[in-house]
Design a protein around this ligand. Structure first.
Ligand code: SF4
Ligand code: SF4
Length: 313
């Protein structure tokens, strides 16, 4: 008997993944929306999205003989959202996915370990490609079809039991594993995320204009943040969690004890003035192995300046 889905999922859990499901490696209607989203200009300066759009339309563009997509979800929720700082002026906010180690490195290692185990266990030879976020895969669509949850109106993958503080990763493989049933949309009539977004970036249910999103503006954008959007940045210095913080499915989200995601000591006290006064050497040491490197030091200093201006300090 070949390798079973149940065996793969059990091994995934043993390797530290909280969720694991299997989607068929096929084309889904939601995958076609990427082209429309790009045509509307919602990707802003993320040119790599357009460059890889064709490959992102179907995982078989990456691996033509693919039969299955193993999708994993890893909970990174560590402490209640900003409970310590919500009322404090002059304190910077950092998106919680970035408080610990770089998930790309950590999770790619675990996915590679899962693939290596599959090769030792499978009686059949197979090919596989593992990706974490950066690959040419619309991973939320495959996560939904793998039964991990649904894509909420805030565009995040939401699991009905653990919420949306999840890192996704996937293994595209040629093994014909038994797929799971797709996740069902459970947003219902709720519009909390759309109502709470300070920049109006969620232009419709499940439609994000990244050029207005604080996450894009503080992480992906190179150059100046448009003046008209600076006040809405508030005290965010890296990313934004508002549309997830308000989601009812995150109100009782379980907390991960994985050391990889625990907040780094230098990120626990985020007074904007202190962040601003840190030397480049201090920042480089703090950001070693952190996902915050993506914004570059210049970008972080720009964000801190905007947040400081907003704080009035
Ligand atoms: S991350 Fe922040 S700015 Fe972006 S859509 Fe969500 S609430 Fe709006
Ligand atoms: S806040 Fe409400 S509408 Fe938005 S993703 Fe969560 S459940 Fe869906």
């Amino acid at each position: 008997m070949g390798l079973t889905s149940a065996a793969v999922k059990a091994r995934a859990r043993a390797l530290g993944f909280d969720l694991c499901g299997i989607a068929p490696a096929t084309s889904f209607p939601e995958l076609a929306f990427l082209r429309e989203w790009l045509d509307r200009g919602y990707a802003g300066g993320m040119a790599y999205m357009a460059r890889t759009a064709e490959r992102r339309a179907d995982v078989r563009a990456v691996l033509p003989e693919a039969h299955s997509v193993i999708v994993t979800g890893t909970l990174y929720n560590t402490v209640p959202a900003y409970a310590d700082e919500a009322p404090a002026p002059g304190v910077g906010r950092i998106s919680r996915y970035a408080w610990g180690d770089d998930y790309h490195d950590v999770l790619k290692g675990r996915l590679d370990a899962l693939v290596a185990w599959m090769h030792t266990e499978s009686p059949d030879a197979f090919e596989a490609r593992a990706y974490v976020d950066t690959g040419p895969v619309q991973e939320r669509v495959y996560a939904q079809y793998a039964g991990l949850g649904w894509i909420g109106k805030n565009t995040c993958l939401i699991n009905p039991d653990v919420g949306s503080w999840l890192f996704l990763g996937e293994i595209i493989c040629t093994l014909p594993l038994q797929p799971d049933a797709p996740g069902l949309d459970q947003c219902g009539a709720c519009t909390r995320c759309l109502d709470a977004c300070p920049t109006g970036a969620l232009v419709d249910a499940g439609v994000l204009d990244a050029t207005r999103c604080i996450s894009y503006l503080t992480i992906e954008l190179r150059g100046d943040i448009p003046a008209a959007l600076r006040p809405a940045i508030g005290n965010h210095v890296y990313g934004c969690d508002i549309c997830q913080d308000v989601c009812p499915y995150n109100q009782a989200a379980p907390v991960s004890s994985d050391p990889a995601w625990q907040p780094r000591a230098g990120l626990q006290h985020r007074r904007l003035l202190d962040l601003c006064l840190r030397s480049d050497e201090e920042w480089r040491a703090l950001l070693e192995g952190s996902p915050m490197r993506r914004a570059k030091l210049d970008g972080l200093r720009r964000n801190i300046a905007v947040a400081l201006a907003n704080s009035g300090e």
